[in-house]
Write a new protein. Structure first.
Lengths: 594, 253
């Protein structure tokens, strides 16, 4: 991969040389190929992370009972599930790795790595990313990080088990695999940093002629703000990860205070560190990270809603200002994750006020999307169903954040299932539904074929029902005061009282897995047998990604596109069709009598 | 006793502390606000889905909705949040964090968490905690490293997973941890506070009913996190002083 090739592919997209198999499909610098790699890898990790949780739900539904699944139980082995009975340390491993994998290896790579990579350059009319080789590097660094994380399951003592938050001192003194977790995180963070710089430069530098910032599709804005969040929030965690690594391997005490006594033995460490420092550094990343998870989802949903309501998005500029404000505020709320650490009133007043303030732009975004439905003409295709379901699901996720953000109410709800339900409503039926919507929506562009709409609906309706079957009862369990992360909840009286709900949740989770089968079948079947698209623009969309050949070749556009208008010119009065693409010249397609 | 009781349509555990009702009131009011918002959005949403579905002869309107009602709604949300914050959350937290009862009327107990148990340290009859030293900690009866050469230590009571407090008397707990972060939680008292090594954080509450309840750990602290359960016995002042006398070590008058 010499510079010559990279330059060649950027400047002369239509006439690039034939590349060999490896360069074309595996080590390609084409943003679309990289995006698809990201997507496939992330989907596999999502499924793996979900599987961990399905296993964990067995213990929660039927604590201490053996899981009799023949060879599968044997495979898990004596150190994890002797005779099929889950050990507490394995339970903690499943919980920690579910969180880590879903956030860092599943959703972020899918929302940013896959959709951002594939769609964003097309939407801005660019031939590729600004730095195609850095793009390729960011995928492979992510891949290595994922392998390190997976390998941690096989080291003595089992996978990391200190939660996805890895709070010190617990993580400092945890078994070997925590070191792998930290090394894995350093790779994943490096990957995100490489990606985010690339995204920012691409959006600033490579927009098509006429594509001003306020003509950018909202999805591009969402990726733009997300990239800034990644770029600014991840370095503190990378630093914190290195510090924790030093605590573990070099005998430092960044997060270890003096006088620790573990299992009756005084810990021989230099001391003087502070466990809360880790929490501050971690949440300074991890709160913006929540918005890294949700902003691309909002972007996808907005595209699909505009397209399928056949109407411009309501308040495009309001939406843009809202996510800019959301991105900024996301750096000012992190300590609301630490309300129960013993915070004084000055700190708590600041952080609960900022937390209430950050809810406002979310309300504005939701309101704008709802107003976009007014006097529209709604097409209920599969992507639209998922995009529409995002709205009430995200609403529940957002609303349940209110009692958690008010510190006095948080005394009762902190570290309970209420919290789990809250953020899963945002991320699972919220973000994951948006990601499904995106897959159904852009699949025809990537493959030239539509996904089957019957299978799509067979995927959507059960998923919607079982998602709520999983997460709604958790609100009730949390309200009853049941703490999260308990290996056996029935040890507590109030845990026994709400135990029937745990059975119900687990069954819903397993049914949710079955509900994904139509999607998996559809995804592969449609590649070969799906209905061929009748044009390059099967959804009759306005944005630039539909102006490319299908699927787009390396270099994307036949000739550099030029943009004449905003992104969502649907149902313009006087036009003979109900969409006016961004790259269409003004004079064409007017009705004779207009 | 320690179960779920529906109150205001929400599945709360029983509420047996003086400050607890304020917390529940806030949670209830927030949920009413959430419920109203969700229903209003939901009704509008479903109406749109039906009314503006694509069909023959129906076309989308290019011009945006006026959105006046929506803007009013957004302002209402801001006002509601501000009221909840300033009217309920901030004052309740301020009194929880700052308005400690005077030390002479309150019972003070030190809580030292460890993997996976709660140590409760009472000052005893003299009201002064004996000196402790991590160097003196051993697994054979001195889990807190109490220095028995200190005269104040002689009458100190240390219990494992067994907290006794009198009803209707303010209690101050001073929380710390020997190893990792734990979180002291008693649902029925609406009490929760992390116990962090290297820090000692005080909390206060007053129980309004007697009974036996669970003390739980709310922060993941290792493989035994789930069984880090203690018991809190809220008893009458007479029962409490009897317990205190019975448990005072010999030689500690």
């Amino acid at each position: 991969m010499s510079d010559a090739v990279a330059n060649h592919s950027v400047h002369a997209p239509a006439h690039h040389e034939e590349l060999g198999f490896w360069r074309k499909y595996v080590f390609s610098t084409d943003h679309k190929v990289i995006g698809i790699w990201y997507g496939i890898t992330a989907l596999l990790f999502l499924f793996f992370g979900f599987s961990l949780m399905m296993l964990l739900r067995w213990q929660l539904a039927y604590p201490g009972q053996p899981l009799q699944l023949g060879w599968f139980t044997k495979l898990l082995g004596e150190t994890r599930m002797p005779q099929g009975i889950m050990l507490p340390e394995f339970y903690n491993q499943l919980g920690a790795m579910h969180g880590t994998i879903m956030v860092f290896l599943g959703i972020v790579p899918l929302a940013v790595g896959a959709f951002g990579n594939y769609v964003m350059p097309l939407q801005i009319g660019a031939p590729d990313m600004a730095f195609p080789k850095i793009n390729l590097a960011s995928y492979w660094v992510y891949f290595i990080g994922g392998c390190v994380m997976l390998y941690s399951f096989f080291v003595p003592g089992g996978a990391p088990q200190s939660g996805w938050t890895s709070y010190a001192p617990l993580a400092d003194i945890a078994s070997t695999s925590q070191t792998y977790w930290l090394v894995g995180m350093i790779f994943l963070i490096t990957s995100s940093l490489l990606g985010s710089i690339n995204f920012i430069v691409t959006i600033v530098q490579l927009r098509a002629k006429g594509l001003s910032f306020f003509r950018l599709p909202f999805f591009v804005w969402a990726q733009f703000i997300t990239s800034f969040l990644l770029l600014l929030a991840f370095p503190p965690l990378e630093a914190a990860g290195v510090l924790q690594l030093m605590d573990r391997v070099a005998g430092t005490s960044f997060f270890l205070p003096s006088g620790l006594v573990v299992s009756g033995q005084v810990l021989q460490n230099s001391g003087g560190g502070n466990p809360l420092l880790w929490q501050h550094l971690f949440w300074f990343l991890a709160h913006p990270e929540v918005y890294v998870l949700i902003l691309p989802a909002m972007g996808i949903v907005s595209e699909i809603i505009a397209n399928n309501t056949r109407k411009p998005l309501w308040g495009y500029r309001t939406l843009v200002y809202s996510i800019i404000f959301l991105g900024f505020m996301s750096f000012c709320v992190w300590a609301h994750h630490m309300f129960m650490t013993g915070m004084g009133t000055t700190m708590s007043n600041f952080f609960q006020t900022t937390t209430m303030i950050i809810s406002i732009p979310s309300v504005v975004i939701l309101t704008s999307l709802l107003l976009s439905l007014w006097k529209s003409s709604i097409r209920f295709n599969t992507p639209m169903l998922f995009a529409l379901a995002f709205l009430p699901m995200f609403a529940i996720g957002g609303l349940t954040g209110l009692p958690l953000g008010l510190i006095a109410a948080d005394i009762h709800l902190h570290d309970t299932w209420y919290v789990i339900s809250h953020f899963h409503y945002v991320v699972a039926p919220g973000t994951i539904f948006a990601l499904f919507a995106g897959i159904y929506y852009w699949y025809p562009k990537a493959t030239g074929r539509q996904m089957n709409s019957f299978l799509g609906k067979l995927h959507f309706w059960p998923s919607l029902i079982f998602m709520n079957g999983v997460f709604f009862p958790m609100l009730l369990q949390g309200m009853a005061g049941l703490s999260r992360r308990l290996y056996d909840q029935t040890i507590y009286e109030h845990g026994k009282a709400v135990q029937p709900l745990s059975v119900y949740i687990s069954i819903s989770a397993w049914l949710l897995a079955i509900a994904q089968i139509p999607f998996i079948i559809n995804f592969f079947w449609s590649m070969k047998k799906g209905k061929k698209v009748d044009s390059d623009n099967p959804w009759h969309s306005t944005t630039l990604e539909w102006a490319t050949p299908t699927p787009p070749p390396h270099g994307n556009f036949i000739e550099p596109p030029e943009v004449f208008r905003g992104p969502y010119e649907y149902s313009v009065p006087g036009e003979d069709k109900d969409y006016t693409p961004q790259n269409e010249r003004d004079t064409k397609n007017k009705k004779e009598d207009a | 006793m320690n179960q779920v009781s529906y109150k205001d349509w929400l599945p709360y555990p029983p509420n047996l502390s003086v400050h607890g009702p304020q917390i529940d009131q806030l949670i209830t009011v927030v949920h009413y606000v959430m419920f109203v918002l969700f229903v209003v959005w939901g009704v509008y949403f479903v109406y749109c889905l039906v009314r503006f579905r694509q069909r023959e002869g129906h076309k989308a309107e290019y011009h945006p909705a006026k959105g006046k009602i929506a803007k009013t709604g957004e302002v209402a949300v801001i006002v509601a949040e501000a009221l909840l914050l300033v009217g309920l959350s901030i004052p309740v937290w301020a009194s929880w964090r700052n308005d400690f009862p005077p030390r002479d009327t309150a019972l003070t107990v030190r809580v030292v968490a460890e993997q996976f148990a709660w140590n409760f340290h009472y000052a005893g009859k003299d009201g002064v905690f004996g000196r402790t030293d991590v160097g003196l900690i051993n697994n054979t009866g001195n889990s807190l490293g109490l220095d028995m050469k200190d005269p104040h230590a002689k009458d100190d009571i240390v219990t494992l997973n067994d907290l006794h407090i009198p009803v209707h008397q303010p209690v101050i707990l001073e929380l710390s941890s020997k190893d990792v972060i734990h979180s002291f939680t008693v649902n029925v008292l609406r009490v929760k506070q992390d116990a962090t090594p290297g820090m000692m954080v005080p909390i206060h509450f007053e129980a309004t009913q007697t009974g036996l309840f669970d003390v739980g750990c709310a922060q993941l602290c290792g493989l035994g996190h789930y069984r880090m359960k203690g018991q809190i016995t809220i008893e009458t002042p007479d029962q409490y002083s009897k317990w205190l006398t019975e448990n005072t070590p010999q030689g500690g008058n």
